[in-house]
Design a protein around this ligand. Structure first.
Ligand SMILES: [Fe+2]
Length: 171
């Protein structure tokens, strides 16, 4: 038997572990270190969520036994997005930072437990190996596109900031 490519479940699980580790570090971090770790968490978590929403969840919404759990997962993504956006606009020195980071870590931990414990078994039952392989490809494409658009946006922001600084220096 040839060694098959990692399946969607393995990929998602590995990424869950990476995010969990980063969130663990983020809870301990302060100042600039916290800011950098938060940027890493966001760049890992947002593309992961967009990938799931694009490639995985629509299949499960269509599967009768998994649709309700999937709706819950989608709502959890939405709540996590709100927290991520709030934190993106804050500094680790702000009073609410630590509280929001803790709530974020709790929410993500709960979401991951549900996905792995409940949604993945339903998905394995609902999807053929062939469908799972197709989903893997679609997931990776959607995730990478989302990551790319985030880094492009950040690059643009940095250029704008530099241009502003240059204008300020010239005045
Ligand atoms: Fe998820």
């Amino acid at each position: 038997m040839t060694k098959s490519k990692p399946q969607i479940y393995d990929i998602l699980k590995r990424e869950h572990e990476e995010v969990d580790e980063l969130l663990h570090q983020l809870k301990e971090a302060k100042g600039n270190g916290a800011q950098k770790l938060f940027a890493e968490v966001r760049l890992k978590l947002v593309p992961h969520s967009r990938g799931e929403e694009t490639a995985v969840y629509p299949r499960l919404l269509a599967a009768k036994n998994a649709s309700e759990k999937t709706r819950v997962s989608l709502e959890e993504h939405r709540q996590v997005d709100v927290l991520l956006e709030e934190l993106a606009g804050m500094s680790p020195r702000d009073d609410e930072w630590t509280a929001k980071v803790h709530v974020l870590a709790d929410m993500v931990g709960h979401h991951v437990d549900e996905e792995e414990g409940e949604l993945f078994p339903l998905a394995r039952a609902a999807l053929s190996d062939r469908e799972a392989a197709q989903i893997t490809e679609e997931y990776e494409r959607a995730r990478d596109e989302a990551a790319q658009s985030m880094t492009v946006e950040e690059g643009e922001e940095e250029v704008e900031e530099e241009e502003e600084e240059e204008r300020g220096a010239a005045e």
